[in-house]
Design a protein around this ligand. Structure first.
Ligand SMILES: Cc1cc2nc3c(=O)[nH]c(=O)nc-3n(C[C@H](O)[C@H](O)[C@H](O)COP(=O)(O)OP(=O)(O)OC[C@H]3O[C@@H](n4cnc5c(N)ncnc54)[C@H](O)[C@@H]3O)c2cc1C
Ligand SMILES: *[C@@H]1O[C@H](CO)[C@@H](O)[C@H](O)[C@H]1NC(C)=O
Ligand SMILES: *[C@@H]1O[C@H](CO)[C@@H](O)[C@H](O)[C@H]1NC(C)=O
Ligand SMILES: *[C@@H]1O[C@H](CO)[C@@H](O)[C@H](O)[C@H]1NC(C)=O
Ligand SMILES: *[C@@H]1O[C@H](CO)[C@@H](O)[C@H](O)[C@H]1NC(C)=O
Ligand SMILES: *[C@@H]1O[C@H](CO)[C@@H](O)[C@H](O)[C@H]1NC(C)=O
Ligand SMILES: *[C@@H]1O[C@H](CO)[C@@H](O)[C@H](O)[C@H]1NC(C)=O
Ligand SMILES: *[C@@H]1O[C@H](CO)[C@@H](O)[C@H](O)[C@H]1NC(C)=O
Ligand SMILES: *[C@@H]1O[C@H](CO)[C@@H](O)[C@H](O)[C@H]1NC(C)=O
Ligand SMILES: *[C@@H]1O[C@H](CO)[C@@H](O)[C@H](O)[C@H]1NC(C)=O
Length: 576
């Protein structure tokens, strides 16, 4: 399930505190352009071709006009239909690189609003629509500053876009100019000294992806905290939103590793934010959500010594066994998680009501025999109930070899699901696991799939940060998904309603006052301020107001986003 969950998406709409009409992008009538709205393509305020061209010149030719990647599957207005290119695109659609290599595509299919959809007839709608209009293919802070200046001069919506992994549609936007960070790939290693840390550090450009950081670290005998999906952008929304992954129980969340952010604010100022310098901005960027406070140029994080590792996989189904026996085994697996995370392990697993798959449990600095002991209660339960299973435990000389083993961490398709999520406290599993199992039975019987990652990220990090406090007492993150239907929008609306109104509430009821991981949550979460940010919301809003008083940066469900609403055509307008 690793990349399924940790690498897929959803589409969306408009959500501004109260769910608007059934229309995905909200039920407001389109408003005429006014100063309370961002300038939109077609408005008289929209820059002329000459102005865009001059802007391109100031950027040294780094401006890209969006041509949706799916346009090869459609006639007009971009190019002629190309059958061969279209079938190649269809074959590659569920690979992450199809989207992160593009300056405009998004992995969450919901947010493409079916425009230039490669699985729809060639005559179907192909417009820029919810994709960004232009991208600045940024190389450095100067490019950010030029984009910010041009965007503000012309009152254009700005979007920060890295890999396009975001499930909540935060890396796209109708009528927007994108700052695209993908090619900012610098990686440096430092000996870092600060009041709270002395040791190895890794400095990562905004566009570095998880597997690039892992590989560079390994070459230095080091490891860094990154995602379970190799292509997520490590210095982007991932670490800025918290960051879960295979080393979480050893070292904490990705945000907990950060020593320093280099960031350009809305006014164009280049700041260094550390626990002692612009410390409020440091605090907010470390867990308070991507795309909202400024544009990160680089992130400097702790790097740790590499270590021998182990990994284990396990699968079983309900074939020939009662549902009670099947759920009994799932339930025992969940009871086993506290010991696994306490030992420094991280489990990644998924299930429906018919099959279970652990892919895998990571054991950084855990031997294969310790790993076998940790999983013994589950194996015993399976044997006792005559449930057949496949199971393997392996040891590796270093962390990355375990992560790169496709029999443990298999490739899974992206762009295939819609999701919601809930952080599951350890206390719930320890005090009332049967109620949790019942909830999972109901959720899966209604068609929801489960994908989880279990970690223990400790009491509080060395440097205080804005990670959702729910993580500190969590056992795992539960993601509930339904499959995206590329041919029926109506079906997707029905399943998103199911997630919002029925499936996630099953878990919310068991976790009153709890929360959801802002990077893997339902974009329509009604109480998103509490659920995503908890007690940090008000302080985060103050940081937002201080560094971005004009609201230059907007991201759906981001801090301060309720000051804006998307109209039916996607135009962004102030709510009051
Ligand atoms: C297949 C898949 C697997 C995943 N696996 C994991 C996982 O193992 N663990 C985990 O914690 N999460 C995982 N995620 C969720 C992931 O953390 C989020 O999708 C995250 O938003 C990705 O960040 P990004 O920068 O790569 O993506 P983008 O979609 O490009 O950006 C995400 C957000 O961050 C903002 N942003 C990006 N770069 C910058 C910047 N330089 N400065 C300021 N804001 C910026 C964007 O504006 C946007 O709001 C997974 C997602 C997918 C689709
Ligand atoms: C910007 O300039 C480059 C180089 O001249 C060109 O290739 C590119 O198409 C231009 N972009 C736009 C949007 O015109
Ligand atoms: C973006 O810039 C990089 C260099 O930083 C270049 O290699 C790449 O081809 C550019 N991409 C596009 C689509 O222009
Ligand atoms: C503190 O930040 C300012 C600007 O934000 C920067 O010039 C200075 O070098 C930083 N100092 C440290 C110690 O990081
Ligand atoms: C790994 O285990 C060794 C020996 O048990 C110990 O010395 C080391 O501190 C551990 N490293 C981590 C990161 O847990
Ligand atoms: C498992 O199978 C054994 C022998 O085949 C049988 O004796 C036992 O009752 C079965 N146990 C369960 C729980 O079905
Ligand atoms: C589990 O790992 C083993 C050892 O690498 C492998 O042979 C097996 O195919 C894996 N199981 C699954 C279901 O992928
Ligand atoms: C477990 O949860 C269920 C459902 O919320 C509740 O009815 C029950 O009282 C709880 N049991 C315990 C021991 O807390
Ligand atoms: C399993 O889930 C499916 C929906 O995914 C449902 O139709 C079926 O009834 C469920 N089976 C049981 C035994 O709950
Ligand atoms: C989404 O597509 C519909 C047409 O199917 C269109 O009416 C609507 O305006 C689009 N929404 C946005 C935000 O582009």
């Amino acid at each position: 399930m690793s990349c399924f969950l940790q690498c897929s998406l959803v589409l969306s709409f408009m959500y501004s505190g109260v769910l608007a009409a059934p229309s995905l992008f909200g039920g407001h009538a389109a408003r005429a352009s006014s100063s309370s709205c961002r300038c939109f393509p077609g408005d008289s305020c929209w820059p002329s071709n000459t102005e865009w061209s001059e802007f391109n010149t100031t950027l040294g030719g780094k401006l890209i006009a969006t041509v949706p990647i799916g346009s090869v599957c459609h006639h007009d207005p971009f190019a002629a239909y190309d059958a061969e290119a279209c079938s190649s695109l269809q074959a590659a659609w569920f690979n992450e690189d199809t989207h992160y290599g593009s300056s405009s595509s998004v992995m969450a299919p919901f947010f493409a609003n079916q425009s230039c959809d490669p699985f729809l007839p060639d005559t179907s709608r192909c417009v820029i629509g919810t994709y960004i209009q232009y991208a600045v293919n940024a190389s450095d802070a100067t490019d950010y500053q030029k984009a910010l200046e041009f965007g503000q001069l012309h009152n254009i919506r700005l979007v920060i876009r890295n890999t396009g992994h975001d499930y909540l549609g935060k890396s796209t936007g109708a009528g927007a100019l994108g700052i695209w960070t993908h090619y900012m790939k610098n990686i440096d290693f430092l000996d870092y000294t600060s009041p709270n840390y002395a040791g190895k550090a890794i400095k990562l450009g905004a566009g570095v992806q998880g597997h690039e950081a892992y590989a560079a670290a390994k070459a230095e005998g080091l490891v860094v905290v990154g995602g379970n999906c190799p292509t997520v952008g490590i210095a982007g929304g991932y670490s800025q939103g918290g960051g879960t992954g295979p080393l979480g129980s050893r070292f904490g969340m990705a945000a907990d590793q950060v020593l320093e952010w280099e960031v350009v604010t809305a006014s164009g100022e280049l700041l260094i934010a550390t626990p002692s310098n612009n410390s409020d901005l440091y605090w907010a960027l470390s867990g308070g959500g991507g795309g909202v406070y400024g544009v990160v140029v680089s992130m400097t994080s702790k790097a740790h010594a590499d270590m021998p590792s182990s990994a284990a996989n396990l699968t079983f189904t309900n074939n020939g066994v009662s549902q009670d026996a099947f759920w009994g085994a799932v339930s025992v697996f969940h009871e086993t998680l506290p010991a696994i995370v306490d030992a420094g392990g991280v489990s990644v697993w998924g299930f429906t009501n018919a099959s279970f798959s652990m892919t895998p449990t990571y054991g950084p600095n855990i031997t294969a025999s310790q790993m076998s002991n940790l999983l013994q209660p589950v194996i015993q339960k399976l044997n006792a109930n005559n449930i057949s299973f496949t199971y393997a435990v392996k040891s590796y000389s270093d962390f990355l070899s375990s992560y790169d083993d496709p029999t443990m961490n298999p490739f899974i398709a992206t762009s295939a699901i819609q999701l919601g999520g809930r952080i599951i406290p350890r206390s719930l599993v320890e005090s009332n696991n049967s109620a949790l199992t019942s909830a999972f039975q109901k959720i899966t019987a209604l068609g929801g799939g489960f994908s989880g990652i279990a970690m223990s990220v400790g009491g509080s990090p060395a440097n205080d940060n804005a990670v959702n406090p729910e993580w500190r007492t969590a056992l795992f993150d539960a993601v509930i998904y339904t499959l995206f239907d590329y041919t029926s929008w109506e079906a997707n609306l029905v399943s998103q309603d199911l997630i919002t109104d029925v499936l996630i509430p099953e878990l919310a009821t068991l976790t009153p006052g709890g929360g959801s991981y802002l990077n893997e949550a339902d974009f329509r979460t009604v109480d998103w301020k509490d659920a995503f940010y908890g007690s940090n919301y008000d302080a985060l809003k103050s940081v937002k107001d201080k560094y971005d008083p004009e609201g230059v940066f907007y991201a759906l469900t981001g801090v301060g986003s309720d000051a804006w609403v998307e109209e039916a055509d996607g135009r962004l307008c102030k709510t009051s």
